[in-house]
Design a protein around this ligand. Structure first.
Ligand code: B3K
Ligand code: ZN
Length: 872
């Protein structure tokens, strides 16, 4: 297949102005009648071409006249019709087969055929699996949807938009109609039909609209939807307050399913969620999962404006809605919880997922220039790096300026499909600033490196900071240009006090932002009494890798004194990296000592927040260490990281760890407030550290913790320590957990996940044994991800066995999975990213497994694209 290119974009020749769908629902066969009022762009080619994938065409007529076979042609992916003109009405009837749809794209069945329900997933190009349509985001149409079905089998009938009547039909059947007054692209269409329960709440928007908020799920889990309903209400209020955005329909439906390819989907008025991001209760959800539910509920809700009211002109602009919505979601989560902790979490995620993506063969710009399969471009780069770009823009404009900018963006583009340029223009115009230089960030892949060098001139009392940027070549982009990098900075004196900054006659402040937009720039700070220690890129003000030759003592000073919670943590991370790099050398051991001493001091400090302390006590992960090396040996990295952590644990001391653990155990409540969550987080970290130096004691504590855990956070933390250490108690607790949650798929997923994380060579046997568990199936994305996704992407020392057996297992499963669900197969295949930088033995083995997979017959376009890109 040849790629689709951004530069080839053309307006659609044909659009649909209104869509009337009549859907006659059945598990095995569903018939869809569609009436499209067509518009033709007079300057463009005449033949009407509509997308339609694998549809069984039953009837077709144009302007009321049944078409003869010679008047249309359907090749299973495009329908071509002759004789259509501007204003024509095309009516088609097609049949699709929901129960046979294992790809979970288009209309499919969730759950067993006797009791499950029907639902749709259209983004990006699923609508063409339901009916014929110009299935591209710049075609916005008014939708009227009528659903018909057997009342007993499908008592609940839902579609996007406002309800517009329902009633009885003959033979125990019924109907329901929905009209969406807001024109929308086809990817936002959705329907749901089946036996579902609901909880609901009335909501009045800031501008006075009465809205019914309804969450739907299968009966056995409806009790676990209350937290999501609260989170929805909080999101709606927050968007009114923060961005002046009100909801715009009379109903807002949210539906949970266990069978979903991604996290959730923002269909207009009918969001559909992977149950993992909607259900929450203390017995089966961890604190992290509660936060994830809150964040994803908000994210999908926020899409109503950033994505739905203003949508994307084409899929190259995906980050226009995703980067912006992730940014809004991050702001919301920070407001609801703790801003520095949220920032640490987001930057860690960026470094774990996006940096490696940007450094390897899958690197692509936030706005890619071309793709073959758009579903492969829902990536960390488009989402997370995209959000970082919006954050830089928001930082540049300040809170009020950014709000002026988004107001103008909504005003200009409401009801339309927009581009990244439109977004930058609106933000810039509202503030009289040219933001177009930021386009370079959207067009260029690779993580810029920002090199910082400070020179102090005692005679002149000046500190000169030289900042230079450089981005390494990436596939298809050998040459790189400088990008605007906002560097938020402060200078500290030797006692850890912030210095006032005098720069170019600007008012003195202790924190400033300088923008580096050339290859090299210098900034001179005056009246600096002694050599300062710079705190750079505060709050992670730009998504770059900072290279600054700090001494261990300087980093230790920032770790102790920096008031910016993020940079304090960052100083610890950088110090841990110095320690890691030369653990046994003379310099390294001094870095290690500095790191351990500083953390041991903070461990005793009464004023530090428990959750921040837990994060400070955690060095960068194995994936982050690997990302810094050229010949990666994941087993060695793990051993060295464990060694580093053992030294920290030794320095703090078993007694201090034990005492702290006991003190934290005093709080046995399962409250979700920040302080209780923080205690649980620190408790887990302390237990993990203790396990490194006194396994017997730690395992006994973990066993007790498991048995008395008031909720999932403590239970899973304890189980994790026992399983990863292969403690003697592990088997019994695993069996207990398996049985306790036999009927709770989301909790059971965690049982698979914990065992897929087993470090080192034993992981493979564990994964293979778990594949034989009766609850394992490749057909359920959550389950496949829990076992195979965790093993391949979150367990480097387990997956990257020197004998290559991990690679072979994944490659075999990918081939099987691809036949069922290409999107999930392609996603899991990204675990091979970075194989070129493995040490030679593993590299050879990974290459062989990939090569064999690439040669399999009949791979989907999704998986082929990933494999061939990874191999390049
Ligand atoms: N917009 C959806 C993602 C759709 C993925 C299609 N393969 C969820 C989200 O980002 O909100
Ligand atoms: Zn999104």
């Amino acid at each position: 297949i040849s790629p689709i290119r951004l530069r080839d974009y053309r307006r659609p020749a044909w659009t649909a102005h209104t869509v009337e769908l009549d859907v006659d629902l059945g598990i095995d066969a569903t018939e869809i009648t569609s009436r499209l009022t067509l518009r033709h762009d007079a300057e463009q080619p005449v033949p009407l071409r509509l997308d339609g994938e694998g549809l069984e065409l039953l009837a077709i007529s144009l302007d009321g006249r049944v078409l003869a076979p010679a008047e249309y042609h359907y090749d299973n992916s495009t329908l071509e019709v002759t004789g259509a003109r501007d204003g024509s009405v095309l009516e088609t009837r097609v049949r699709v087969h929901p129960a046979a749809n294992t790809a979970l794209e288009g209309l499919y069945l969730s759950g067993p055929r006797e009791t499950g329900f029907l639902l749709t997933q259209c983004e990006a190009e699923g609508f063409r699996h339901i009916t014929f349509f110009p299935d591209r985001p710049d075609v916005l149409a008014r939708f009227t949807v009528t659903l018909r079905a057997d009342r007993k089998r499908f008592p609940v009938l839902l579609a996007g938009g406002n309800p517009d009547g329902s009633g009885e039909l003959a033979d125990g059947r019924h109907w329901a109609r929905f009209v969406d007054p807001h024109p929308k692209p086809s990817y936002l269409f959705a329907l749901v039909a089946g036996r579902l329960e609901s909880i609901q709440r009335d909501y009045v928007t800031a501008d006075g609209r009465q809205v019914k908020l309804v969450i739907w799920s299968e009966a056995n889990v409806i009790d676990r939807c209350h937290y999501a309903l609260d989170a929805l209400e909080r999101s709606m209020r927050w968007d009114e307050r923060t961005y002046g955005r009100n909801y715009d329909l009379d109903v807002f439906h949210v539906v949970a399913t266990h069978d979903f390819n991604m996290g959730a989907m923002e269909n207009k008025g009918l969001n559909i969620f992977n149950a993992k991001y909607l259900l929450a209760d203390p017995d089966s959800s961890t604190d992290e999962e509660y936060r994830a539910v809150e964040a994803v509920v908000a994210h999908e809700y926020f899409h109503n404006w950033t994505g739905n009211r203003v949508t994307c002109r084409d899929w190259f602009q995906l980050s226009l809605k995703e980067g912006l919505t992730v940014f809004r979601e991050q702001q919301f989560s920070a407001d609801m919880n703790s801003p520095p902790l949220k920032r640490i979490e987001d930057v860690s995620l960026l470094r774990r997922t996006q940096f490696p993506e940007d450094a390897g063969p899958l690197a692509h710009p936030v706005r890619p220039a071309e793709y073959r399969e758009i579903n492969n471009f829902y990536t960390a780069t488009v989402y997370e790096k995209g959000s970082e770009l919006v954050r830089m823009l928001a930082g540049r404009l300040g809170q009020d300026g950014f709000r002026r900018g988004t107001d103008l963006y909504f005003e200009r583009h409401d009801g339309r499909a927009a581009t990244i340029e439109d977004f930058l223009a609106a933000l810039g115009d509202a503030n009289g600033i040219d933001l177009m230089p930021y386009l370079a960030w959207y067009a260029q892949s690779g993580t810029p490196r920002l090199h910082a060098k400070g020179e102090y001139n005692a005679a002149r009392r000046e500190y000169k900071l030289t900042l230079s940027q450089q981005t390494r070549a990436t596939p298809a982009q050998p040459e790189k240009l400088p990008v605007p990098i906002p560097v938020k900075l402060s200078l500290f004196d030797q006692h850890g006090k912030m210095l006032p900054l005098y720069l170019d006659g600007q008012p003195a402040e202790t924190e400033k932002v300088v923008v580096v937009d050339q290859a090299t720039q210098q900034f001179v700070f005056r009246d600096i009494p002694a050599p300062p220690i710079p705190s750079l890129l505060r709050g992670f003000s730009a998504p770059v890798v900072l290279e600054c030759n700090y001494t261990p003592a300087e980093l230790a000073l920032l770790l102790i004194h920096d008031a910016d919670g993020f940079n304090r943590w960052e100083a610890g991370q950088q110090l841990a990296i110095l320690a890691f790099d030369d653990l046994h050398g003379t310099d390294g051991s001094s870095a290690c000592k500095a790191w351990c001493d500083a953390l041991a001091a903070l461990f005793e400090s009464p004023e530090i927040d428990d959750a921040l302390l837990a994060d400070l006590l955690t060095p960068p992960g194995e994936i982050e260490f690997a990302d810094r090396q050229s010949e990666v040996d994941p087993a060695k990295i793990r051993a060295q990281r464990q060694d580093l952590q053992s030294r920290l644990a030794q320095r703090i001391g078993a007694t201090a760890l034990h005492d702290r653990y006991q003190a934290l155990c005093a709080d046995t409540s399962q409250q979700l407030d920040a302080a209780s969550q923080a205690k649980r987080r620190l408790k887990r970290r302390v237990l993990e550290l203790l396990a490194l130096i006194d396994a017997t004691q730690a395992h006994a504590l973990a066993a007790r913790q498991y048995e008395h855990a008031p909720g999932m956070t403590d239970r899973l933390a304890a189980l994790g320590v026992l399983v990863r250490d292969r403690a003697p108690q592990a088997a019994a607790f695993l069996a207990d957990f398996r049985q306790r949650y036999a009927d709770n798929p989301l909790a059971l997923d965690k049982w698979f996940t914990e065992q897929a994380k087993l470090p080192g060579d034993p992981a493979l046997a564990s994964v293979m044994a778990l594949e034989n568990d009766p609850a394992f199936t490749l057909k359920n994305p959550n389950r496949a991800r829990a076992l195979l996704g965790t093993f391949a992407s979150a367990n480097p020392s387990g997956f990257h066995r020197a004998d290559g057996a991990g690679y072979r297992l994944l490659a075999e499963r990918l081939a099987q999975l691809d036949a069922l669900n290409p999107q999930i197969a392609a996603r899991l295949a990204t675990a091979f990213n970075g194989w070129q930088r493995l040490e030679p033995v593993r590299r050879e083995a990974a290459h062989a497994a990939l090569d064999k997979l690439a040669k399999c017959d009949g791979l989907s376009p999704n998986l082929s694209e990933i494999i061939s890109n990874v191999l390049r």
